[in-house]
Write a new protein. Structure first.
Length: 364
């Protein structure tokens, strides 16, 4: 999974990135401190993997991975190229989900590009730029399709009619969310366009150091309400403090988190929120020297999940042997599980469940 951290300049994106990754990305008091995206890859610890490894005893254990991408500030006018906006928006198109950082702290040493602290205004500015960028992409695509449709190409006309409907939604400020029944041909066209406004968005409330301070309470409430209105998740953080926790002793860090009223560190809370946002499940593979966890979107068929491991497994898929984590650990391995009939043979349409252990059989 890849999550892009976005927001206006000087809202604490790079500081949050440091808190999540301890990568010490540049974080300074001027717009566009981040030009090229900072990227960090972190392990998502899953307590089930050590249990599986204790039975299988592999040479290597690999947890699922999450990539954070710290993308430069998106100012008002980004979609028209303001502040290198077009380049920065192109970085956003490559991610699976967006973590939108909204400023809820006051600091006279860190200027706000819009003047006063107003998270709802900031949210609407960035949302507008994402929508406008999508409209531009759709307009360029439809101009090409119109030329092809004039020749009588039915496929082009079909896509043209579909994209016209999508554009109408965006014009009304509404996100387009494709349903499961979307025509595969149109779904492929949509994947190619890769709409920014259709990506899942997590709202990150970057609050001050005092949880009970008036500004903190007010801004956090505004962002939580905005998240509810958008049917998404709000994640409160104090990026500055949590970026410093990595330099403290574990006990000191835990005490500081409690003072901030957080039950876990920034990374664990962020991962949990992203998993909820993306609706992912984890499955495991145990064949060979490596035992590994993989993440796929809930509802993914096993053939497509196999493609995460290797494209040959998807393209030459024959069948999959599947057992639940609970059955595998109860039987202490595959041998007894097979004897008990707990290992199932599944075809390509089987939907992967969280905790499945999967052995893919594929052709040469």
């Amino acid at each position: 999974m890849e999550v892009g951290i976005v927001g206006l300049p000087n809202v604490g994106k790079s500081t949050l990135f440091n808190a999540l990754s301890q990568a010490r990305a540049a974080a300074s008091n001027y717009p566009y401190c981040t030009i090229e995206p900072n990227v960090a890859v972190v392990e998502v610890k899953d307590s089930r993997l050590p249990e599986i490894a204790g039975i299988v005893k592999p040479e290597k254990v690999t947890h699922p991975m999450l990539r954070f991408v710290d993308i430069a500030g998106l100012p008002r006018g980004a979609s028209t190229g303001e502040g290198l906006g077009n380049m920065f928006l192109s970085h956003v198109r490559n991610v699976d989900a967006i973590a939108h950082v909204l400023r809820g702290f006051e600091d006279t040493s860190v200027v706000h590009v819009e003047g006063e602290i107003d998270p709802l205004r900031d949210l609407e500015i960035v949302e507008t730029e994402l929508f406008l960028s999508d409209v531009q992409i759709l307009d360029r695509r439809t101009e090409k399709l119109k030329k092809t449709a004039r020749t009588g190409d039915q496929h082009a006309q079909k896509e043209l009619d579909f994209l016209s409907g999508v554009r109408s939604l965006l014009n009304d400020g509404k996100r387009f969310k494709p349903g499961d029944d979307l025509d595969p041909e149109l779904a492929a066209a949509l994947d190619e366009i890769n709409l920014l406004s259709s990506k899942p968005v997590l709202l990150v409330a970057n609050i001050g150091e005092e949880p009970s301070a008036e500004l903190t309470v007010r801004c956090r409430g505004i962002i939580e309400e905005a998240a509810r209105a958008r049917n998404t998740v709000c994640l409160p953080v104090s990026a500055k403090i949590e970026a410093e926790i990595g330099d403290l002793e574990p006990e000191e860090g835990t005490m500081l988190l409690k003072e901030l009223e957080f039950d876990q560190g920034a990374l664990d809370r962020f991962v949990r929120a992203c998993y909820d946002l993306l609706e992912v499940v984890t499955f495991f593979t145990i064949k060979g020297a490596e035992t590994r966890g993989w993440t796929v979107k809930r509802g993914t068929a096993v053939r497509e999940a196999a493609g995460k491991i290797h494209s040959d497994m998807r393209d030459k898929f024959i069948r999959a042997e599947v057992i639940s984590f609970a059955d595998f650990t109860a039987c202490r391995g595959m041998s007894l599980a097979r004897d008990k009939g707990l290992v199932r043979t599944e075809g390509k349409h089987y939907i992967v469940e969280d905790g499945d252990i999967v052995l893919v059989r594929f052709g040469k």
